[in-house]
Design a protein around this ligand. Structure first.
Ligand SMILES: Cc1cc2nc3c(=O)[nH]c(=O)nc-3n(C[C@H](O)[C@H](O)[C@H](O)COP(=O)(O)OP(=O)(O)OC[C@H]3O[C@@H](n4cnc5c(N)ncnc54)[C@H](O)[C@@H]3O)c2cc1C
Length: 371
């Protein structure tokens, strides 16, 4: 069977749905294809910052969205190993989502607008010359434009020869909160080289995980299980899941055909220090949708994602410095017991991108002036 669409989107995660919902609202003829059947899980700690929350509200037309969140926290804590350095109140609460429910809600929103989605398509291939996707049963889906929103290991990367070693890797376990309890967004340094460990509250569970630039010599499971053991949790009783994520490696999408666009993890869009990817996935997906309504979509898209690109590129430069053990030692000494400074940093550089990683110095002097 043959079908044809203006736009085919591969992947129904936040990037794909960010794009699909806007296109569907604009009566674009769109088809989303995902290998999974929803609801499906995605390895993720589920932290939603203020800037991401705004995008979620836009997608849901400012409908009530509180039900999407499983926890809300007003504090961030920084640790060196198991030593608490500082507990800071944050201006806008950090929200947490369960990715099974969150991603499914995005898909349901898209469907409620009449959106078309093919789920469980585990083995598709893209024929870039003929502008068509061939499904596992041989059906053909033609397109004018294609958006790859299929995550860190996108099928488009084969053509682009993306090197998996340039990605980061993270592993996590959802620990029952009777065993490990916290009500704040907890970041632990000095637990994993070139990365950090986290414990984020999700209500009945706490997501405990660690990530760094993918490194074959890192024993990811041991990193998290050692941490759990040192906190009195039996690591053998937990279930660990891992996944790749981009961490400052922007994929050169100019090498793809002019009618192909990459959004979210597929394009390399995550924050190279925090690893936050939900914001950039939704943002680039939504920007892709806007660009697809213009006369030269790829050109418009590459222009509109420049601010996101510069955050990633500057973040990549800062990453080396931030995870350098000497620099990190100085940083941690500087923030110890500095509640206001840590809150200012979180509110202005994490919750919102009011400063990018080039302007940490400016942020610090503004903080001092405002004090
Ligand atoms: C351990 C870990 C913790 C994280 N924690 C956070 C956090 O707390 N906050 C935050 O903001 N970000 C976090 N991230 C990053 C965040 O999860 C990603 O950046 C985000 O999910 C990217 O969204 P996406 O839509 O681009 O891709 P995805 O969410 O990966 O969605 C891709 C979709 O494409 C589908 N797909 C994949 N391959 C194919 C194929 N061949 N054919 C068809 N469909 C396909 C998948 O089934 C999936 O539905 C974390 C990542 C990891 C690994």
């Amino acid at each position: 069977m043959n079908h044809s669409f203006d736009t085919v989107i591969i992947g129904a995660g936040p990037a794909g749905m960010g794009c699909a919902i806007i296109l569907q609202k604009n009566d674009h003829k769109v088809c989303v294809i995902d290998k999974a059947v929803f609801p499906r899980n995605k390895t993720c700690a589920g932290l939603v910052t203020g800037k991401t929350f705004k995008l979620i509200n836009m997608l849901f037309d400012n409908e009530e969205v509180d039900g999407l969140f499983c926890y809300t926290s007003s504090f961030i804590k920084l640790y060196r190993g198991n030593q608490l350095l500082v507990e800071a109140p944050i201006k806008n609460s950090a929200r947490l989502v369960d990715r099974i429910d969150f991603d499914n809600s995005l898909v349901e929103k898209y469907k409620s607008l009449g959106g078309r989605i093919l789920e469980g398509e585990r083995n598709i291939s893209v024929d870039y010359d003929q502008n068509r996707v061939v499904l596992s049963n041989g059906d053909i889906i033609g397109y004018n434009h294609i958006v790859f929103a299929d995550g860190a290991l996108s099928i488009s990367h084969k053509l682009l020869k993306v090197d998996k070693r340039k990605l980061a890797f993270g592993i996590e376990a959802y620990v029952p909160s009777e065993q490990f309890d916290t009500s704040s967004v907890d970041i632990y340094f000095d637990c994993i080289e070139d990365g950090y460990l986290w414990a984020f509250p999700h209500g009945k569970t706490v997501c405990v995980g660690a990530a760094n630039m993918y490194n074959k010599s890192t024993d990811y499971k041991k990193t998290v299980s050692d941490f759990l053991r040192s906190n009195g949790v039996d690591p053998e009783k937990q279930r660990y899941v891992g996944a790749f994520l981009p961490y400052g490696y922007v994929v050169n999408q100019e090498k793809l055909p002019d009618n192909a666009i990459l959004a979210g993890d597929a394009g390399g869009f995550t924050d190279p220090i925090s690893g936050e990817g939900l914001y950039m996935a939704l943002r680039t997906g939504m920007l892709a949708a806007d660009a697809l309504s213009s006369s030269e979509p790829k050109k418009a898209y590459l222009k509109s994602i420049q601010p996101v690109m510069s955050i990633v590129k500057n973040g990549k430069k800062a990453q080396k410095l931030f995870f350098n053990s000497g620099v990190q030692k100085t940083f941690l000494k500087k923030v110890q017991d500095k509640r206001d400074l840590v809150a200012y940093f979180y509110d202005n550089m994490v919750d919102e991108y009011r400063y990018d990683y080039r302007s940490v110095g400016k942020m610090y002097s503004d903080y001092k002036n405002e004090k």
